[in-house]
Design a protein around this ligand. Structure first.
Ligand code: SF4
Ligand code: SF4
Length: 235
């Protein structure tokens, strides 16, 4: 660094807006942040759901529960979860790999802007479709949308055809803004009526009856959802 240069880390404040701008630069369609906390309600719900056997053969859900319920157990010193969304179509592209590489690109920008110590140097802190994070819940925690009756996370503009990815930060973010989007389903029950197996019959999703869980070839409850027929917008 030349004499008189201002370190980059002192130029930007660690705010939601600045993080979102960087997320947009790497191509994400939406971004939010949430303070780390133990997800008490989800812990209770999931313990009960698993005890009833509704998780089917997803045995991994019975392990490492505390890490899933509390990111601070997963990543020591965790303070903030940055959640990014990428909208997808049905082109068959490998969005998992794409989201992961975008998360690494965003991490690079965050380190450059705020210093290397913004993320753990010793623990995994990037997650994408990974078991240790309750991804849908963190999408909600970050104020990005709600969980619909079809058991999917729904962004009010992008719908449910989104891939989330998370970066866990070791720092708090100035002025967390958590939108209270609530339950946007209202009286609609199109997904429950469209489900061919009755997996959505009750308010609790039954993984054992879900075709997507057993064969990965069912999108019925997402195709009928009005939120997926909205015009795509970049936000
Ligand atoms: S993916 Fe298919 S089987 Fe599973 S809940 Fe949705 S409509 Fe029902
Ligand atoms: S189809 Fe209707 S009830 Fe089902 S998730 Fe979409 S808005 Fe909610």
């Amino acid at each position: 660094m030349c004499k008189g240069d201002i370190p980059i880390s002192t130029r930007l404040k660690l705010t939601l807006e600045n993080i979102c701008n960087l997320a947009r630069e790497v191509g994400f369609d939406a971004c939010g942040v949430a303070p780390v906390r133990r997800l008490e309600e989800d812990a209770q719900f999931m313990d009960h759901w698993i005890a009833q056997g509704l998780h089917g053969e997803m045995d991994y859900l019975e392990r490492n529960c505390e890490k899933r319920y509390d990111p601070a157990v997963l990543v020591p010193n965790a303070q903030t979860v940055v959640v990014c969304l990428l909208h997808f179509d049905h082109s068959g592209r490998d969005y998992h790999r794409r989201v992961k590489s975008m998360l690494y690109a965003l991490e690079g920008k965050l380190r450059e802007a705020f210093g290397d110590d913004i993320v753990s140097q010793t623990h995994q802190h990037i997650f994408c479709d990974s078991a240790p994070m309750l991804e849908r819940r963190w999408c909600v925690e970050a104020g990005l949308g709600f969980i619909g009756k079809n058991h999917q996370f729904i962004h009010p503009v992008l719908g449910s055809m989104v891939h989330p990815g998370e970066i866990v930060l070791n720092r708090a973010v100035d002025g967390y803004r958590i939108a209270d989007i609530g339950n946007g389903c209202g009286d609609c029950k199109l997904c429950q009526d469209a489900c061919p197996t009755g997996a959505l019959r009750s308010s609790v999703w039954d993984a054992r009856a879900c075709i997507a869980y057993t064969t990965h070839h069912c999108l019925e409850c997402q195709i009928v959802c009005p939120y997926n027929r909205k015009k795509e917008l970049k936000i």
